[in-house]
Design a protein. Structure first.
Length: 192
C-alpha cells in the first residue's frame, strides 16, 4: 500500500538523527529541557507522520495530527515510564488516539467514514495500491490501527499491543478480524 511521498515538513525532518546520547537520558532531560524534546521530535517525527498519513490518507491532516501528537507528548512526558513501553511505541499510541479522535469527529460531521470512496468503474480505477489505501481508510479506526501498526509499520505483536494498550492475544484476534474486513472491502471495490 504505497503512499505518495511526503513533500512538506515531514520530508525536511531527518529520522536518522545521530544517537548522540542514550534515549533514556534524553527523555529524562526532555522533561525539563525543550531542546532535548526537540531532539526526540526530530528522531521520531517522520515515523509518526508516515503512520498518520497511512491512517488518514491526507498529508496535511497527518501533519496536523503529528503536531497534536507531539504537543500531547510534550505535555505528558513527565508521566512516561521507561519500563512500560519504548518511547516510539508510546508516541504511536498517542498518534493512534489522535487519529481515532479525528476519525470520530469526521464521521460525526459528515455522517460517513472519512476518505471512504465509492467503488470505481474499471475506467476510473488507478493503481492497486490506491484501491488498497481507500479500502483501508474505509475500515473502522481500530481496524486501521491494528493493520497499519502490524503490517505496514511492521511492529511485532507485542509492540502493537503496547501501542494499542491491549494484550498480545487481543492484537492477534483484532488483526484476524481486520484482515477479513479489509479483504471484503477490497473485494467490494474491485467487483464491477
Amino acid at each position: 500500500m504505497g503512499v505518495r511521498p511526503m513533500t512538506t515538513l515531514a520530508a525536511a525532518i531527518p529520522d536518522d538523527t545521530p544517537l548522540v546520547e542514550d534515549e533514556t537520558r534524553l527523555i529524562d532531560r526532555a522533561r525539563h529541557d525543550p531542546d532535548a524534546f526537540g531532539c526526540l521530535y526530530r528522531r521520531h517525527y517522520r515515523a509518526i507522520a508516515r503512520y498518520l498519513i497511512r491512517r488518514v490518507g491526507d498529508e496535511q491532516t497527518a501533519e496536523d495530527l503529528a503536531g497534536e501528537t507531539f504537543l500531547a507528548a510534550w505535555r505528558a512526558i513527565a508521566r512516561y515510564r521507561h519500563t512500560r513501553a519504548p518511547f516510539r511505541a508510546w508516541l504511536m499510541r498517542i498518534a493512534t488516539n489522535e487519529a481515532n479522535r479525528w476519525a470520530r469527529r469526521a464521521r460525526r460531521a459528515n455522517g460517513v467514514r472519512p476518505n471512504a470512496q465509492p467503488a470505481r468503474t474499471p475506467e476510473d480505477r488507478i493503481a492497486d495500491h490506491e484501491l488498497a489505501r481507500h479500502a483501508l481508510l474505509a475500515l473502522s479506526p481500530a481496524q486501521q490501527a491494528v493493520l497499519t501498526l502490524r503490517l505496514v509499520e511492521e511492529l511485532s505483536v507485542e509492540e502493537t499491543a503496547l501501542v494499542l494498550g491491549v494484550r498480545a492475544g487481543t492484537v492477534k484476534s483484532r488483526l484476524a478480524r481486520a484482515r477479513d474486513a479489509f479483504r471484503r472491502e477490497l473485494e467490494r471495490r474491485i467487483e464491477p
